[in-house]
Ligand binder design. Sequence first.
Ligand SMILES: [Mg+2]
Length: 461
Amino acid sequence: MSGRVLVVDDVATNRLLLRAKLSSAYYDVVVAENGTQALEMARREQPDMVMLDVMMPDMDGFAVCEALKASSETAHIPVIMVTALDTPEERIRGLEAGADDFLSKPFNDLALFARVRNLMRMKMMFDELRLRDMTSRELGIVDLVPEPEVGIEASGAILLAPPNPGDGHVWAGQLRRRLAVPTIVTHSEREALNLARMELPDCFVVHQSLAEGGDGLRLVSALRSRPETRQAAVILVVENGDVQTAAKGLDLGASDYIESPFDVSELIARIRSQLRRKRYSDRLRTNLRNGLKLAVTDPLTGIYNRRYASQHMNRVMERARDTDGVFAVMMIDLDKFKSINDRHGHDAGDAVLREFSRRLQENIRGVDLVARFGGEEFFVAMPDVDQRAAAHAAERIRRAVEGAPVALPGGGEVKVTVSIGVAIATASDLDAEAIIKRADTALYSSKEAGRNRVSFFAKAA
Ligand SMILES: [Mg+2]
């Protein structure tokens, strides 16, 4: 997997060193020598990752990181802070600034490349989501930026898988003193997976070796392969200096790792950073779902559009074939709608459409599908409904509209009626458009016969 890395360092030899290492692994490298230039390059070059020196004369690495994370153009780019002083305080400060990881100079190549691969993979996942999210943004949904401050308390429980009961007790105690979050301690892989399914924690802290000969790496891999935990934050705890295991864990999909024994403040900062990332991806996914919903619904009435109804008809027909059943299709048209628009204005017309779709939905069953086909034309598909039941339903809809005038937004009200055409289809009907056409023909008969009535399609002899 290749990608573009922006290397930021005020010292030329450091830039050259990193460029050489990364280029040898076929990454495309661009460099900046100070914070201002880094921000400009990040925006222009859109790298897949930033490796950021902490100590720089104009803006230090923390300030650059904060600025990158505060802009919607660069917030999604992972940042690795590169530091000579590797202290927990410094790591915590970096995590709070939004950094994804730290590397200390001189570099350990294994740690460097495992981290780069892991962050590249995460970046690709985000890119995919962001790409799809563009559609929603084009449709007017607000742009998303990761939240700078994430309340760990708002998330679910944290599941701890320590190497032994003693450590489990210590971990849970330390977290409890600092956070008002429930912690669940488990000692076996199997129990961890069962608890994961029941409790759905947002975050897992897993030691490389679990009690009873359990394997932390295997647990990480299992958590990543299951749909219910795939998006959770997983932090691997490795023995101090065990870069091999850390690298393997990252390649298996751990979101992050921490070396044991750890400072609990650093663990909390890492959890917070992972949850921030998780929350961002959750919001992108939600946005995507909303975007999809927008693509198949009519914005005025909130009911489905024709595109969705056509797909849905295939399912209704399949069901009729499977059960050798029947179903009904209705086309409904508001009578003399044009004159309502002409006389009372388009706002009044819109109000009538909304009120009609509300009454329509009130008078059908949950399994029936209602869609607006465009203009004042509506569609209903009713599975398992025969001619008698369809006549009853159509008549109920007609009366619900005729029964009470519609209040207009500017005051006053207007009387509205509908014409309805119904077609009954059977298991042998294979063409959705043909069925809709029959309902349309029946609708035309209702109009011809004087409107405000229900007609059935009568087979031509
Ligand atoms: Mg420096």
